[in-house]
Design a protein around this ligand. Structure first.
Ligand SMILES: *[C@@H]1O[C@H](CO)[C@@H](O)[C@H](O)[C@H]1NC(C)=O
Ligand SMILES: *[C@@H]1O[C@H](CO)[C@@H](O)[C@H](O)[C@H]1NC(C)=O
Ligand SMILES: *[C@@H]1O[C@H](CO)[C@@H](O)[C@H](O)[C@H]1NC(C)=O
Ligand SMILES: *[C@@H]1O[C@H](CO)[C@@H](O)[C@H](O)[C@H]1NC(C)=O
Length: 446
């Protein structure tokens, strides 16, 4: 009897020991999984998948991160002989021009949520719950100060270090050589922004179709630039996630008569600003855009730091597509922009940051002045010849961006000069082809 009992007891003990070791193994495996380290690669941005009604209340503090970042390649220190780059003088010059137009346009701009330089602390307002307005104000007040004459602006010299760090961080992304990566727990969900009038409506349907393929659960804001009521009805019926917003031509037309003429593209900065103030993070596409991928995450993450991402046209020189009058308006000389590439506004990723507030204010002001956006009566000067070529909103946008971002480096590869993308080029974040432009391509059977 006793022997039997003892045997049973040892069996039980064995079983318990067994159970314990299995439990330990489980806990060990669980902890291993929990602490698994992701390789530090672009493709490994592992973000929590968010469903449509879940919000990300992440307000990234980029300031400390960017100031501490150790550049792999100090983009800003490489000599780029004649190319323009951010300097205190250029930034001050730009801000003073913008300030000098403010008394004329501020009433209108305020309706679009644009801050007032005479009172930035009160007028810099959060656009959405997710706006990091505290950081925007901190940076503004650290670097920019309007003098009591309401004309002169003092720009703190440390802004150049800040901008160098940003450009270096972004350019280091190009070859995946970041020494330290900005970490995010979740991503703000972007809103897709489209705009067109009736003649581009069929193209627009093609754009929405590609959004249905790659981005089925994201909101679309459509700016109605003059579609027919039949088209509007069709859109309401077919696109439940589209919010249709009527573009306020009459409000702006009072300030600039040419606004209704779409081929001057002055509407575009306003569409982008209006969408930005409503949603905070936007991806704008022309109606001719055809999205090809849903991998915007690296761009959206970099945009917490950069704010404004565009696509450059690498072989096209800015002065070849921009009339000299536009440079004059910015008090700039076209001859210093020969090595700056043209960029397009057909696909833009814009996030509300300190830099974006400045860029948008300058771009909107330019759009309101025909001497800036149209520059009639002047010609573009390009490699010794002149022409009437002009890309309205695009030329102005690139001029503005060069005040805040250092140019991409130029290197020589087998005696060929190779120009690397500028930090504001979305290619520095993601080398995936995100979308194509299909001009004149219609898709009526949406
Ligand atoms: C970059 O240039 C600045 C001045 O032009 C200099 O003070 C700084 O030490 C340089 N940095 C590096 C890492 O070379
Ligand atoms: C500057 O602008 C502020 C705010 O609009 C105003 O109160 C102040 O009187 C102005 N100062 C001058 C010198 O015009
Ligand atoms: C980036 O790093 C890789 C290796 O990690 C190297 O081959 C490449 O030359 C670096 N790029 C630059 C621009 O230095
Ligand atoms: C235009 O730029 C020049 C330097 O290139 C500067 O001396 C001048 O003050 C600027 N003019 C205005 C109105 O800002």
């Amino acid at each position: 009897m006793i022997l039997m009992r003892r045997l049973k007891l040892t069996q039980r003990l064995k079983l318990i020991r067994h159970l314990f070791s299995i439990m330990f193994l489980c806990i060990y495996l669980y902890l291993m999984l929990l602490h698994r380290e992701y390789p530090d690669k672009q493709s490994s941005y592992s973000l929590r998948a968010m469903n449509s009604d879940e919000y990300c209340h992440f307000k990234p503090s980029t300031d400390q991160f960017i100031l501490k970042y150790k550049p792999y390649l100090l983009t800003a220190n490489l000599s780029n002989v004649k190319r323009v780059k951010p300097t205190i003088e250029r930034i001050r010059n730009l801000l003073e021009i913008i300030r000098s137009k403010e008394d004329t346009y501020q009433l209108l701009l305020e309706r679009f949520g644009v801050f007032d330089m005479t009172n930035p602390t009160a007028s810099l307002k959060a656009y959405t719950d997710e706006s990091n307005i505290d950081e925007i104000k901190t940076l503004y007040n650290r670097y920019i100060k309007l003098m009591p004459d309401n004309k002169t602006i003092h720009v703190d010299h440390t802004i150049i270090d800040y901008l160098k760090q940003i450009s270096s961080y972004l350019s280091d992304g190009l070859e995946n050589n970041r020494t330290n990566r900005f970490q995010v727990g979740c991503l703000r969900k972007p809103v897709f922004v489209l705009a067109c009038d009736q003649s581009f409506f069929n193209g627009l349907q093609g754009a929405i179709r590609t959004l249905d393929t790659y981005w089925p659960d994201h909101k679309i804001a459509f700016y109605n630039l003059g579609i027919t009521s039949d088209q509007e009805e069709l859109l309401r019926e077919k696109c439940k996630r589209c919010e249709i917003i009527k573009f306020p031509f009459s409000d702006i037309g009072k300030y600039a008569l040419y606004f209704g003429t779409l081929k001057f593209y002055s509407f575009k900065p306003f569409v982008i600003q209006d969408a930005l103030r409503r949603y905070g993070t936007i991806i704008y596409g022309d109606s001719s855009i055809r999205f090809k991928s849903n991998s915007f995450s690296p761009i959206l993450i970099d945009n917490y730091i950069r704010g404004f991402a565009v696509r450059e046209l690498p072989s096209r020189s800015l002065p070849c597509y921009t009339r000299t009058g536009t440079f004059d308006w910015f008090n700039q000389s076209y001859s210093q922009y020969g090595d700056i590439a043209m960029a397009e506004t057909d696909l833009l990723v814009v996030t509300d940051t300190f830099l974006t507030r400045l860029i948008m204010k300058a771009w909107l002001t330019c759009a309101l002045e025909s001497e800036c956006i149209m520059a009639l009566g002047s010609q573009s000067k390009c490699r010794g010849s002149s022409s009437g070529r002009h890309r309205y909103d695009q030329g102005a946008m690139v001029i503005i961006l060069t005040h805040f971002f250092f140019p991409g480096t130029i290197s020589t590869r087998s005696s060929q000069r190779v120009s690397h993308p500028a930090p504001y080029n979305m290619f520095t974040s993601s080398q995936v082809n995100l979308g194509d432009i299909k001009r004149g391509y219609q898709d009526p059977s949406y």
